[in-house]
Write a protein that binds this ligand. Structure first.
Ligand code: ATP
Length: 516
């Protein structure tokens, strides 16, 4: 990670802590590696992201319903899903720094560098040729680009084969041939590559001999699969239909770092869409389009997203793509869209001995549906929003401010009500509270009367409140207030009756959902 990117992530983490968004877990005991707590402002933002997802996914789709399944599941679930045998990451240690890495990540970081060379070549040529530049042609013909692209392709192919065949020796050989060095020690003194299972296990039951090894779920999806028939039958669902849920998942990541990007306890928002076999590819494309539209409606910048097709497919998938986001440490996976075939339902049929099939009345036959899933990490979405929102600005008067330009509908608070003076005798606090009582029914509001007004504006900027309603002496005379805009700092004077309508236009969840 480049120095300034590292700094930006640190700055965001620092800001998140200082302003009550995210605290290190159990901080009074010096924290626990890669575990975080969401503070008073963080929980509001997180809840708003969940609501935006749930509304768009469940309540606005008549053929998708919700579920809240338990974290503990029968241990055979994880045998059937393949997690007991195959939910591994390949790890490798550097003998000098004693640091542990994921072997695939070391190779992918190397590939990113080769790709950066291609991008640099393109930027150079763009400058040189100006309007006449034909990018597609350039990528097809420039010898440097072609050489680097073929290098990427051959490394990808070899890595894919190595993992597919379980040939970890060749993965190590590849790391050595590419002369990948440990970023900490700078040496190439590596251990062998070993597989490491990512599931956390614990024991259920109070008597040791009767106890049963169970797992903390590493994904929420399996809770959906095992309930497939329950929901289908009781909800009288017809294919195609989806089941969605939001919940915690746990993975014993080899290296958990980069703030809330990679944690050992995190939250997923997953939707499994059950379709007729043979129709999965059209649904896969459909969900890719729908999900990117959901992201784009937020206005974090379309250029900050890109699709990344998987070259090495997981054991259960016949097509898979990630939606990557431009985080401070570069483009990384934010959401996965996977065509999971009938792998999971079939495996659960085999292991449970129960049929998990849908009776298609049109075709007059039963079949195991295929599944297309959209799976997004809530914490990663939180980080995507925080990193695109975090802005340090120098204002016209030369002063500096840090502002979180969070999409208005998702901000922890939509509005702050501020009496110009704190003194009760001025009549301003009473008037402000009257306005607050009315606004808090529709919006999440803050009330603040301490310190000079400029300082209070800054405090709201720092937590991303899109509007401040200020109550001054004129308010008492003519029932008008000022509304101050977080982003362009403009102030307009409106009558109190108009405030609600004005705020709703831009800050309501409805305004966001209407863009979909
Ligand atoms: P990665 O390659 O980054 O480990 P993955 O491909 O294993 O992720 P999936 O199994 O597809 O991830 O999980 C779906 C989503 O859950 C991811 O797109 C990501 O947003 C989120 N997620 C996965 N692992 C973590 C984690 N350790 N911490 C936070 N979010 C995670």
């Amino acid at each position: 990670m480049a120095q300034n990117e590292d700094n930006l992530l640190k700055k965001i983490a620092g800001h998140a802590k200082e302003y009550g968004f995210i605290f290190p877990s159990s901080e009074i005991y010096d924290g626990l590696n890669a575990a975080y707590d969401y503070g008073q402002n963080g929980v509001e933002l997180k809840n708003n992201i969940k609501q935006y997802w749930w509304k768009a996914m469940v309540q606005m789709n008549e053929n998708i319903v919700g579920l809240d399944s338990s974290i503990f599941m029968h241990p055979t679930t994880w045998k059937a899903s393949g997690h007991v045998d195959a939910f591994n990451d390949p790890m490798i240690d550097n003998k000098d720094s004693k640091k542990r890495y994921r072997a695939d990540v070391l190779i992918e970081d190397y590939l990113d560098k080769v790709e950066a060379k291609i991008n640099k070549e393109v930027t150079k040529a763009e400058k040189r040729f100006g309007d006449a530049f034909d990018k597609a042609e350039f990528l097809k013909t420039n010898p440097n680009v072609l050489r680097n692209q073929s290098k990427i392709d051959s490394i990808n192919e070899r890595m894919g084969k190595g993992f597919e065949n379980g040939d970890l020796e060749d993965i190590k050989a590849l790391i050595e041939e590419l002369e990948i060095a440990c970023p900490v020690s700078g040496t190439k003194n590596w251990t062998d590559v070993r597989q490491f299972n990512l599931m956390f296990s614990t024991e259920m039951g109070s008597v040791a001999e009767d106890s049963n090894k169970i797992y903390l779920r590493p994904e929420t999806a399996q809770g959906i699969f095992v309930n497939f028939l329950n929901v289908q039958k009781t909800g009288r669902m017809k294919i195609p239909f989806g089941i969605a849920q939001i919940g915690k998942a746990f993975r014993n990541e080899i290296i958990a770092r980069q703030f809330i990007f990679r944690m050992r306890e995190f939250e997923q928002m997953e939707m499994q869409f059950f379709v007729k076999p043979g129709e999965e590819m059209q649904w896969y494309e459909n969900w890719k389009a729908k999900r990117i539209a959901w992201h784009n409606a937020l206005g974090l910048g379309e250029k900050n997203y890109r699709f990344h097709d998987h070259v090495n497919l997981a054991h259960y998938a016949n097509a898979a793509a990630d939606i990557q986001f431009n985080f401070p440490m570069g483009f990384k996976e934010l959401e996965g869209i996977h065509s999971r075939t009938d792998f999971d339902l079939k495996a659960h049929e085999e292991h449970s001995g129960k049929k998990l099939q849908f009776f298609d009345t049109v075709e007059n036959k039963s079949y195991v549906p295929y599944v297309v899933e959209a799976s997004i990490g809530l914490d990663r979405m939180f980080l995507a929003i925080m990193s695109s929102a975090f802005t340090e600005e120098i204002l016209e008067d030369g002063s500096e401010r840090t502002v979180l330009k969070i999409p208005a509908a998702l901000a922890p608070y939509q509005v702050a009500v501020l009496p110009l003076l704190k003194k009760e005798e001025s009549g301003l606090p009473a008037k402000a509270r009257e306005i607050l009582a009315e606004l808090k029914i529709d919006f999440n509001c803050q009330y603040d009367e301490k310190d000079a007004i400029g300082k209070r504006y800054r405090r709201q900027d720092a937590i991303g409140t899109p509007y401040c309603v200020t109550v001054d002496h004129q308010t008492l005379e003519d029932n008008t207030v000022t509304i101050r805009d977080r982003d362009d700092l403009s102030q307009i004077r409106v009558s109190i009756d108009e405030v609600k309508g004005k705020l709703k236009e831009t800050t309501s969840m409805e305004s966001l959902l209407r863009k979909l």
